[in-house]
Design a protein around this ligand. Structure first.
Ligand code: ADP
Ligand code: MG
Length: 354
């Protein structure tokens, strides 16, 4: 008996933004919403007049839509789809630079993040299909195609090639890249903003209504229902930006024969990563790095390597375990408050990592 509880449709995803924005309201605040990369985008932009923020939002939306068209796994004409269908394609220069950064991140993060998992993730069917546990021999064959060294990027000719049978899946990084695109435009126009995009949140500048200019965001309860929060996080972006990316096992999942399966795959086994975690949120100035780290840390678990990665990226993180224990890196501790203390409690690294 298979209980199907996948939350995959756009409409549902829009209702389950991992982090619920709790930005303070103000007279200067203008709100916008859109939909991209399979997720709802909701934004609060603070400007002197609405005309200026309207124009900026149009510019931001167009840039994100353009990135979605290039990186989409499901639309036929996208650069990623064309690479996947023929094994080699001439692509947009933005795709070249995105894939260069993505390959570097996969290698830096010991391939716990691997964009060549496409053949494996397609078998699980989390994107666009009805998910089910793959046949073991098919999974093994798909796993054999996973190899980041098989991606060849010819920058001069804007050509990207992959090895025979290899498929790219950039789903772990697309929204992070989009946050960086939005960030650039907001910072260039000196605009304070708070944007929630699927499991990602971007804040720029000072919150005009927040205490000390801080932004306060509610973090989705990974063990609760989609509209519940379990903790609050204060973010101080000052004159820059901060991005928060969350990878959680609750996001896309299904049950088969009484066992639950989620969408974050261990590249060694081809099966969902299992190390007691239910979510990992990463906070740092780069959306792409935050997105890469949240997926890689979810696979890698809480250990010394994970802590080293966070330090080397200048990032903070919140690790939430299925037993309700929470580990928060030192420098974000003072900004983090558990609101659901019945279920959750913060513990030391030693206790969380044991
Ligand atoms: P979400 O897409 O829910 O925000 P993530 O950023 O963690 O969450 O990305 C998960 C998606 O990335 C999966 O749906 C799948 O397409 C892809 N994926 C799953 N496991 C990995 C992995 N180990 N490395 C790279 N991509 C992965
Ligand atoms: Mg990610």
């Amino acid at each position: 008996m298979r209980g199907f509880i996948l939350k995959k449709t756009a409409a549902v995803l829009s209702a389950v933004c991992i982090i619920v924005s709790l930005c303070a309201c103000g007279s200067q605040k203008n709100e916008y919403s859109s939909f991209a990369m399979g997720s709802a985008v909701s934004a609060s932009l603070y400007g002197k007049d609405k005309k200026q923020t309207d124009l900026l939002w149009n510019e931001i939306s167009s840039a994100v839509t353009a990135a979605d068209r290039l990186l989409s796994a499901t639309s036929d004409g996208s650069d990623i789809s064309r690479i996947n269908s023929t094994g080699s394609a001439i692509v947009d220069s933005r795709t070249v630079s995105f894939l260069q950064k993505a390959v570097l991140l996969c290698n830096t993060l010991n391939r716990r993040l691997d964009i060549t998992l496409g053949a494996v993730t397609a078998l699980w069917g989390f994107t666009g299909g009805t998910p089910s546990v793959p046949d073991e021999s098919a999974l093994k064959a798909a796993l054999d195609t996973v190899n980041i060294d098989g991606v060849f990027i010819d920058e001069a000719n804007r050509t990207v090639s992959v090895e025979n049978g290899q498929k790219l899946d950039v789903g772990a990084l697309g929204k992070g890249e989009a946050c960086d695109i939005m960030k650039e435009k907001l910072l260039a126009s000196d605009t304070a903003a708070c944007i929630s995009f699927g499991g990602n949140v971007l804040v720029t500048g000072e919150n005009p209504k927040g205490k000390n200019g801080e932004w306060k965001i509610g973090m989705r309860d990974p063990l609760g229902s989609p509209d519940e929060v379990f903790a609050a996080l204060s973010l101080k972006a000052e004159n820059g930006a901060l991005c928060v990316s969350t990878s959680g096992s609750y996001e896309k999942r299904f049950e088969e024969n009484g066992k639950s399966y989620h969408h974050i795959i261990n590249p060694d086994t081809g099966y969902p990563a299992e190390n007691g975690l239910v979510s990992v949120s990463v906070i740092c100035p780069s959306g792409l790095n935050a997105d890469a780290l949240s997926t890689a840390l979810f696979v890698n678990g809480l250990n010394e390597t994970s802590v080293l990665w966070l330090k080397s990226f200048g990032a903070d993180a919140v690790f939430v375990f299925e037993n309700g224990t929470v580990f928060v890196t030192d420098s974000i501790c003072k900004n983090f408050t558990i609101t659901n203390t019945d279920v959750y409690k913060t513990v030391s690294y030693e206790e969380a990592a044991k």
